[in-house]
Design a protein around this ligand. Structure first.
Ligand code: SF4
Length: 397
């Protein structure tokens, strides 16, 4: 691929103005609509405490190699500065497993990521999430009960035996467990194509959970299927809103779920940025809609986005469609390139942003006191099935 150079003068990254709605969800308190919706036990330090950085440093130093802090790419700067390693959810879970000497894994990310770390780490390691209300709207869109009801509908239609479930990493441990239990595997945004090809070697249909966009983008753009080969299963409708005939004819049954951050980017955003900045390269995450991905120049995971910007020539211009914390950091790391956010308004992941410095300090200081709060523990049977699904992914060619 050749990266188009653009005759632009690099300018400082300007952050879109935030909205009061986004800020309401951050920091303290519980969101009754969120995945977990719970408060942290104990008194959180106030965000205005000028000693928060010093307190986090001191607690981390006291814990030493007993603690390992993981920071997802979408975390705030104030938190990511304390991460021992940064990355996407799967990389972080593997990093945790590779450090058996770390007694405590502090996962600065969201609930399903901490679950994956608990599944992949040893029994002697304890995984904690600094705010248990840091869920994921996409993972919340597929509950265990809903997915089992859908599978029953596939069985009633006579197609379950030939269908391989594939779940995106961004799903609860229960859904990963369901997938492992039914002969399927987990995928990431980097290996979704290989995962779908593997699934089609095992069966004739794929049941893709819970991100319809990643499933559709991969099936149509990477595997060459048609949009008509894919049907959308809506868990809120009887039989998913599909006829038995539709279930039988489909090659890919997509779960109706999406990321509330990436789902906000629109084809008009792409047209608008191209009109404003001629020659700009549009780079988006595959959780964006099919229409957005079709209009983009490049599509890939967060790690791919970081790599593309690292390799881009000085003076080139980029509009990036992914979470804003990552885009801001990428922009700051490349002052010789022009990096803009694809959407005009704020697009943080509000649940990721629940992990702030007060929560991190609260978590670390609790561990120093010997008080294990906010532990994430996956049921051993669910974990065993989920591990099977993860191991199938690791074995992909
Ligand atoms: S960015 Fe989207 S998929 Fe990732 S944690 Fe936030 S809501 Fe979930």
């Amino acid at each position: 691929m050749t990266i188009a150079e653009s005759p632009v003068t690099p300018t400082a990254f300007s952050e879109p103005s935030s909205t009061p709605l986004a800020l309401l969800l951050l920091g303290r308190g519980s969101d009754p609509e969120s995945e977990r919706g719970v408060d942290c036990p104990g008194e959180l330090p106030p965000a205005s405490d000028p000693d928060l950085v010093a307190r986090a440093l001191a607690a981390k130093a006291t814990l030493g190699s007993r603690v390992f802090v993981l920071g997802h790419h979408y975390q705030r700067d104030e938190v990511i500065q304390f991460a021992d390693v940064t990355g996407d959810s799967f990389k972080l879970a593997r990093e945790a497993a590779a450090r058996p000497e770390a007694e405590f894994i502090v996962f600065c990310g969201v609930h399903f990521m901490a679950e994956s770390a608990d599944i992949l780490t040893s029994d002697s390691q304890t995984v904690v999430l600094p705010d248990l209300a840091a869920g994921c709207s996409m993972a919340d869109m597929a509950s265990d009960q809903q997915v089992r009801e859908a599978w029953a509908a596939l069985e009633a239609a006579g197609v379950a035996a030939d269908t391989i479930p594939v779940t995106y990493m961004n799903s609860s441990a229960a859904i990963k467990g369901f997938t492992g239990e039914h002969g399927g595997l987990v995928c990431t945004s980097s290996n979704a194509e290989r995962a779908l090809r593997w699934a089609f070697e095992q069966g004739t249909k794929v049941f893709f959970l819970p991100d319809e966009h990643l499933g559709r983008n991969t099936a149509v753009r990477e595997l060459g299927l048609t949009l008509e080969d894919c049907v959308l299963y809506n868990p809120w409708k009887p039989n998913g809103g599909l006829t038995v005939e539709q279930l039988r004819n489909a090659k890919v049954i997509l779960w109706r779920g999406h990321c509330s951050v990436h789902g906000r980017f629109s084809p008009e955003n792409v047209d608008d940025v191209r009109a404003r900045i001629p020659g700009i390269n549009v780079l988006v995450h595959p959780e964006c809609t099919y229409e957005v991905v079709e209009k983009a120049d490049y599509v890939g995971s967060t790690e791919y986005i970081i790599r593309m910007l690292d390799q881009a020539p000085a003076g080139s211009a980029w509009a990036i469609g992914t979470e804003l914390n990552l885009v801001r950091r990428v922009a700051a790391a490349h002052p010789d390139k022009r990096v803009v956010f694809l959407e005009k308004t704020v697009c943080y992941c509000s649940t990721m942003n629940r992990i702030d410095l007060p929560h991190l300090v609260h978590q670390l200081e609790a561990l120093v006191r010997g008080d294990v709060i906010n532990q994430i523990h996956v049921d051993p049977i669910v974990a065993a099935h989920a591990r099977t699904a993860l191991e199938r992914m690791l074995a992909l060619p």
